[in-house]
Design a protein around this ligand. Structure first.
Ligand code: SF4
Length: 347
């Protein structure tokens, strides 16, 4: 009778969780992956929309990692539950709107629930002490273990030798000597280990695993909350913040301007919800108007639409304006000179 121990590994799609999983697989443990979809994940969304990125292979990195490791991956959507983490993080935000410590605690806690229901033995993450300023510090790592309820069933193979003994180690399910003692922000040890394993073409997200670490994205999210007078969001809201150029010329409306064909196509799908503007006499971007706009606002919006299209140097441009479910009207306007657009309109 075999008594293979089973671990569930948080797979983000990046290198660290991939290596952590590999270290445990090498010790004969049965590992399955778990990936949580929050709506803010960098994972492939804008990349899939934008035409300019077409040369890069389109793939879901978490799935790709699981495939490389030869493990099963469970993808779990947590959009609604995750709102509480973004809106009211007990431990606050990082440099932007990233609630990393609460987020990690939440994900480990979801993995713990999964582990208990599915009769697995422990949880693996790719965390490294000192790698990230908020969630991956020596003093915050125990917080995640405690608040998630995972306790000593949480194993961080990449830095385990620097942490107190976890249950899988003390029970002899895994050999602590074959785990690592990585520490600090340098990526060199991980890159060397990846080479040793023959792993190539792994994803290397610049800021973090989600858009909440991005200053511009966080600024747009804050702007959205401020304009609406409440800190709430739906999935469509946070997806639209990833697409197009956002300009707020007036407190009560903003424009979302497609930057290229792929984005224009994506924005098309929202014409039933927002007033849309499109130059008629020249080619140009599809623009959505989010908010309330009276006649003078529409005139201003049309001038901006003209500015971002091929008619920017023309005397006048005709612009179609279509409120959702209503007839289209046309305005003939002078394009707004770029020097007249205040910088603070750009979000
Ligand atoms: S970067 Fe985003 S997904 Fe990663 S821990 Fe921070 S908040 Fe969570």
């Amino acid at each position: 009778m075999t008594n293979t121990r089973k671990a569930i590994s948080l797979i983000s799609g990046g290198l660290d969780s991939m290596l952590a999983t590999r270290l445990i697989l090498d010790q004969g443990i049965h590992v399955e992956g778990i990936n949580f979809y929050t709506g803010f994940c960098v994972e492939g969304h804008t990349h899939a929309i934008r035409r300019q990125d077409r040369a890069r292979p389109k793939r879901n990195n978490a799935l790709w990692v699981a495939e490389q490791l030869g493990i099963k991956l469970h993808m779990i959507e947590v959009i609604e539950e995750y709102k509480q983490i973004v809106l009211n993080p007990k431990h606050g935000y990082g440099a932007n709107l990233n609630p990393c410590l609460d987020c990690k605690g939440f994900m480990v806690s979801k993995a713990r629930e999964w582990m208990e229901v599915n009769d697995f033995d422990f949880i693996i993450t790719g965390e490294v002490i000192g790698q990230r300023p908020m969630s991956q510090r020596r003093d915050t790592m125990p917080v995640i273990a405690r608040e998630s309820g995972a306790g000593s069933r949480l194993l961080r193979p990449l830095c385990a030798q620097l942490l107190p003994m976890s249950l899988p180690e003390s029970e002899g399910w895994v050999d602590r000597e074959r785990l690592l003692a990585l520490n600090g922000r340098s990526r060199k040890p991980q890159i060397a280990l990846a080479q040793e394993y023959g792993l190539e073409d792994y994803a290397q997200p610049a800021g973090g695993c989600c858009f909440l670490t991005d200053p511009q994205y966080s600024h747009k999210l804050n702007d959205l909350w401020q304009a609406r007078g409440n800190r709430e969001y739906e999935l469509d809201d946070i997806m639209l913040l990833k697409v197009g150029r956002h300009l707020r010329p007036r407190p009560h409306f903003k424009l979302i301007i497609g930057r290229e064909e792929g984005e224009n196509k994506y924005l098309e799908g929202y014409r039933h919800r927002f007033t849309s503007l499109l130059a008629l006499s020249h080619s140009g971007p599809l623009v959505l108007l989010d908010g309330r706009a009276d006649d003078s606002d529409l005139h201003l919006a049309a001038r901006l639409v003209a500015r971002f299209g091929q008619g920017r140097d023309a005397n006048t441009v005709r612009v179609n304006i279509t409120p959702p479910g209503q007839h289209t009207s046309t305005l003939e306007v002078a394009p707004m000179p770029s020097g007249e657009i205040p910088q603070n309109w750009y979000l």
